[in-house]
Write a protein that binds this ligand. Structure first.
Ligand SMILES: [Zn+2]
Ligand SMILES: [Zn+2]
Length: 133
């Protein structure tokens, strides 16, 4: 893989924030300033996804990216801070149950649980702007 400076900067962002997902805008806000414009971030993130370095998913209609693990992995993702909490065994166990007697041959699956992590829940509760609601 030929690693351009821009691509390296993106990879470094994911490496220094393990277990965190980013949208293109978030990547741009963190490392783009002065070094990369938004379309360059898009292009590099797309390429890294094609190369299998990053994995892409959709949250509502926003695409977000995370460092692809060697091992097959599922996550719960916080929609507020994009923290990813790994989950696995339970998900794998439901697949044969889902198939049941259908003789469906599963080729791939993609299961993500979206929500709000504990830290973000606490932040919202402590926030004075929400206290009066
Ligand atoms: Zn959170
Ligand atoms: Zn799985």
């Amino acid at each position: 893989m030929r690693l351009t400076k821009q691509r390296k900067a993106i990879i470094d962002l994911f490496k220094s924030n393990p277990g965190r997902a980013f949208s293109v805008e978030m990547i741009y806000n963190r490392i783009g300033n002065g070094k990369m414009n938004l379309s360059t971030v898009y292009r590099n993130v797309d390429r890294l996804t094609e190369l299998g370095v990053l994995a892409k998913n959709l949250m509502e209609s926003t695409a977000y990216y995370y460092a692809k693990k060697e091992k097959h992995q599922h996550f719960m993702i916080c929609t507020s801070c994009f923290k990813m909490l790994p989950i696995n065994h339970v998900i794998e166990e439901i697949i044969p149950i889902a198939i049941g007697k259908t003789e469906f041959e599963p080729l791939a699956h993609d299961i993500v649980i979206y929500g709000i992590c504990r830290e973000c829940q606490l932040k919202t509760k402590k926030s004075p702007t929400n206290a009066s609601r």
